[in-house]
Design a protein around this ligand. Structure first.
Ligand SMILES: C[S@@+](CC[C@H](N)C(=O)[O-])C[C@H]1O[C@@H](n2cnc3c(N)ncnc32)[C@H](O)[C@@H]1O
Length: 272
């Protein structure tokens, strides 16, 4: 039994899980044999997946800093949070705005078992965790933890980082994003990063196959398809960019990674 009342039996170790594969790419320890098998297959075809994962984390850090510092955002709803990896979103936001409030959501029970690490808020701010699937946005929007933590009459940054490539078109991801944004007021933001086949189509077709064979509804999308998630919103400069080129800090600017290694479109946009 874990701190959260979950039995380990609820963690399905027989199949690969995206949170645990991602943790493996990032050098974490919360992964099992089935995850290693699929992740090693991915790495054998695309060794840069580790660069892609690290670049994605770095984009999340920069976007969160920009939202807290430049856009004055104090409330964050992060869906598809992943296994905690420091610094987590609340640590980045609260280092700028100690009163920032963050609600984390993931569908994978392994993230719930680690939720304590996500709940160490500053005294001035607050964090909460909701175990839910983004494909059921009403469950997230009606969760008491959301309303106890965030004031939905004030702007919220909705972050969907490295999540929507696990929501294939049959689950209507564009409608899901619309529904989530409809619940947020003007002045809110959408932040997202998304894997793309644009720079290495043949490799990405094979990677998607590995995830799908593991039962994960993966679908990578072109720049135009990623841009369509931002329809009706005001994109912040530089628009939808390869993740390491979205407002690069010194480290990202000095990086020598290629677009094909990163293979992630990323953007931030304001709801008018
Ligand atoms: C690649 S990780 C990204 C983690 C973090 N957002 C980041 O950018 O570093 C994808 C996360 O999305 C979660 N996820 C995948 N499908 C999901 C779904 N349908 N609903 C909620 N979370 C999901 C996985 O469990 C995993 O933690």
């Amino acid at each position: 039994m874990t701190d959260n009342g979950l039995t380990l039996g609820q963690i399905d170790t027989s199949k690969p899980h995206t949170a645990r594969m991602y943790d493996y790419y990032l050098g974490g320890k919360d992964n099992y044999e089935a995850d290693h098998e699929s992740a090693d297959h991915v790495i054998s075809l695309f060794p840069a997946i580790k660069v892609c994962a690290r670049t994605n984390r770095s984009f999340m850090h920069r976007a969160t800093r920009w939202l807290a510092q430049e856009a004055g955002i104090r409330q964050f709803l992060d869906i598809g949070t992943g296994i905690p990896t420091e610094p987590n979103l609340h640590q980045v936001a609260q280092s700028i705005a100690p009163d920032a409030r963050i609600v984390y959501t993931d569908h994978d029970p392994i993230v719930l078992t680690h939720a304590q690490a996500l709940l160490h808020s500053t005294a001035e701010g607050r964090t909460a965790y909701i175990q839910a699937d983004v494909r059921e946005p009403e469950r997230i929007l009606s969760a008491p933890e959301l309303h106890e933590t965030l004031d939905l009459s004030r702007p919220v940054a909705l972050s969907l980082n490295a999540l929507l490539h696990f929501v294939s078109d049959e689950f209507k991801p564009y409608e899901i994003v619309r529904r989530l944004l409809d619940a947020l007021p003007s002045g809110s933001y959408l932040v997202l990063s998304h894997c793309t086949p644009d720079f290495a189509p043949e490799t990405w077709a094979k990677l998607v196959e590995i995830y799908r064979n593991g039962g994960i509804p993966a679908q990578v999308r072109s720049r135009a398809e990623v841009q369509a998630f931002f329809a009706g919103l005001e994109l912040v400069e530089p628009g939808v960019e390869v993740a390491h080129r979205w407002k690069p800090d010194e480290e990202a600017a000095a990086s020598t990674v290629t677009d094909a290694e990163v293979s992630l479109w990323a953007g931030v946009a304001r709801k008018p």
